[in-house]
Design a protein around this ligand. Sequence first.
Ligand SMILES: Nc1ncnc2c1ncn2[C@@H]1O[C@H](COP(=O)(O)OP(=O)(O)OP(=O)(O)O)[C@@H](O)[C@H]1O
Ligand SMILES: [Mg+2]
Length: 253
Amino acid sequence: MAENMLEVRDLLVDVGGKRILNKVNLDVASGESRVLFGPNGSGKTTLLMAILGIPGYEIAGGSIVFNGKDVTKWSIDERARHGIGFGFQQPPEVVGVKLGDMLKVCEGRKTSEHLSDEAAGLAERLDMASYLDRDVNVGFSVGERKRSEVLQLLLMKPRLMLLDEPDSGVDIDSLSLIGGVIQEYLKKKGASALIITHQGHILEHIKAGRACMLIKGSMYCYNKPGKVLEDIRKKGYEGCIKCHNQSLTSGKR
Ligand SMILES: Nc1ncnc2c1ncn2[C@@H]1O[C@H](COP(=O)(O)OP(=O)(O)OP(=O)(O)O)[C@@H](O)[C@H]1O
Ligand SMILES: [Mg+2]
């Protein structure tokens, strides 16, 4: 296994012909959970979409190395097969596909087969057992969608979990369910995670070593999650940019 599960180097990403990410650099070590903060519209989701290889997120420069392999030009299918998994900020509805069947697909089983004990057990733990006969996310509340997303994602057994605001719109009990199963999975498998959060609530359950901050498409302030969050709360994002620029000019970095 590579020392770094993910290495993003000088990444430039365009969406709709507009430059959204500007020379972004980021590492996630093997077995590490790393946190990404940043204001609305700063490009956090764009970064995760580009790492997964979603069409429309055009890589205009730089590279993405996953588990020692340069995947910059790989398709989304290839990246997913090699172990990059995504938990969407707004998990989409899949009309006509039952959640139970989707879980079988996530596990690589045929829909005609029975649900595995593991999938059934995880559905139970995430309080989703009574949703298996419903179309994926159709009519689900925000918190139910997030639990359904985590359930699907964990059954795909990713080596790197890209989690886009797993704690947004989620109540305290659901947060504890989601955070608990993710942390258990990461520890058991030695998997890595890159987690976007605004308020840091998920960090009550998932142990993260380092954090960074994306502002207007550029990366700032690589530090411990608690310290980065404290700085954001104290100085605001504009204050963080000023602090960063001051430390650059005073040669402290
Ligand atoms: N097709 C598009 N054309 C132009 N701009 C786009 C397009 N898609 C996204 N953007 C812009 O890219 C920027 C980054 O969006 P992104 O979703 O990555 O932000 P974010 O940091 O995840 O924000 P949030 O915290 O609100 O989820 C936004 O300003 C958004 O409007
Ligand atoms: Mg976003």
